[in-house]
Design a protein around this ligand. Structure first.
Ligand code: SF4
Ligand code: SF4
Length: 200
């Protein structure tokens, strides 16, 4: 049996039909986002730029264990730990993260590193504006990732809260810096007593 010929529109109707599609789209809700003029609020648990957190007195939570670096599938984290001393203490325990870098040219923001961190030192913020035209600028240093100082904190390095130990920090017994706490001189970072009060 012979096939029936398909019905075709006359040639002049085709452009009109095309404009009809455009015309209908003009009245649909626009999906264009006016970024960066208007920034959308991210989901509360959005995986954005990392942050290295502090204890309530300002000491650092990172103990330089490198577990985050080992967990990273993109090899984006570089950590070098070092020993605290009583004269130069960055964290309550034995060790701290002396060097900490995240390479955002490699990072896929998967969050495996923050799951691996045993001290909740490493978390992720809602900051997603990480683009840069320089690869060097995409390597964030510890100074860039370290959380800012909140009320009751003193910048590290400084002494432990008197009468406490590392365990007390994790039990939540230290809620602010002890009265009179002063920032110590960061000798390992090349500071001298004359530099006190100057950020390294
Ligand atoms: S978010 Fe994922 S890719 Fe990025 S540093 Fe952490 S583990 Fe690596
Ligand atoms: S951020 Fe956490 S996992 Fe990474 S080195 Fe510091 S304490 Fe260890």
């Amino acid at each position: 049996m012979a096939e029936e010929p398909q019905e075709t529109k006359p040639g002049f109707q085709n452009p009109v039909a095309g404009f009809g599609v455009t015309f209908k789209a003009m009245f649909k809700k626009r999906l264009t986002e006016q970024y960066p003029e208007q920034k959308k609020t991210t989901a509360p648990r959005f995986h954005g730029r990392h942050q290295l957190n502090r204890h309530p007195d300002g000491l650092e939570k990172c103990v330089g264990c490198e577990l985050c670096a080992w967990a990273c599938p993109a090899d984006a984290i570089y950590v070098e730990g070092a020993d605290n001393t009583d004269e130069e203490r960055y964290s309550p325990g034995e060790r701290y993260g002396r060097v900490y870098q995240i390479n955002y040219a490699r990072c896929i923001l998967c969050g495996l590193c923050i799951e691996a961190c045993p001290t909740r030192a490493l978390t992720m913020t809602n900051d997603f504006e990480l683009a840069d035209s320089s690869r060097a600028n995409l390597i964030y240093t510890k100074e860039q990732l370290l959380a800012g100082l909140e009320e009751g904190m003193v910048d590290s390095p400084h002494a432990l809260y008197p009468g406490t130990d590392e365990q007390d920090y994790y039990r939540g017994l230290v809620t602010e810096a002890a009265p009179g706490t002063e920032r110590q001189t960061a000798v390992s970072r090349g500071e001298t007593p004359a530099d006190e009060g100057v950020d390294a």
